[in-house]
Design a protein. Sequence first.
Length: 394
Amino acid sequence: MPEPLRVWSRVWRSLLAAGVGVVAWCAQTAVVLAGTLTPAQQDVVGAALVLDFAVGVATLAVLPLRRRHPLLVACLTGAACTVSVAAMGPAALAVVSIAAERRRVAVAAAVFLAGSVVAEFLYRPRFLFTEASGFEPASSVVLSGVFFAAAVLTGRYVAARRALVRSLHERALTAERERALAAQVARDAERNRIAREMHDVLAHRISMVALHAGALTYRDDLDRAQTTEAARTIGENARLALAELREVLGVLRAGGSADDSPEPPQPTLAQLPALLADAREAGSAVRLESGEVLGLECSETLSRTAFRIVQEALTNARRHAPGKPVVVRLAGTAGGVLEVEVSNPLGGGPDVVPSPGVGLVGLAERAALVGGTFAHGARPDGSFVVTARLPWQS
């Protein structure tokens, strides 16, 4: 069933149908009464004209049912045109409706044309005293067919226009849904990126705090200067962790405006010596084997990814093998592959801090995002190795 029409749409359609019917009835009345009629014929014609008008009003009254029963209303109004030219307006509107819904137009056409033939060759000659033979009745039937065809074409046009409007509306809804989905995907990707940054940064700082706090807890041979230095390191790393946490949460907070301060620059391989210095200060024996790699230029994304891989590997080494030596190796050339490898002997003691369980997964995602590969695991020689191979575009 088609969608219901608005009030004004129903009103102007009914007014148009009524107007067409009234004009047709007035034209027929003028033509019939212009002829020479006897008193008896005038009485018959008067009754026929009244019946014509009454039938036209009746067909106008059944028009509201055409959207629920289009074929029935089209056939009734078409048959009514046999005795009423005033019914032509309602009949045309009924035909437009049935054509717009692509129903059985052929059935309505047969009823309409049959009624036209009966009206021109039987009803009008007997009750309106028109000529029953000659060119005029045949031409009237042809005109009725043209009238019906025009109504059908109008209905087809209405159907095509409705289909176009529905299509445009569906396209607009689909485009809006796609924009919302794309925005959601972008937000999720950005939040995942920020979550990786939060893990990489905070895991490094918190592991430093946990390491020195453990030293203060379990070692009773530290003098006052060593205790003060450990406490200073704990405080400094705690403050740095809080500052970096505030920066990340500032990006994540809801309702940020366009004039918010920009996101701070992310660390790259240029900060690698400082990272290794922090690790050595925390008690890790770290050795860097980089050759000329640190002096070569590479993209910011590649440099940041390599830095985060080394940072997370050092954090894991401190957590799982505290005090064990760590070897960081960088190799490769521009236009080829940058190899990042971090190895350390497997530790036998308990973890200093609980494992978050997502560090190595995050590193694999980082490597995949730049088109590289990532692997980790224990070697037969008793060492644990983290390896990444990252494309190095020249």
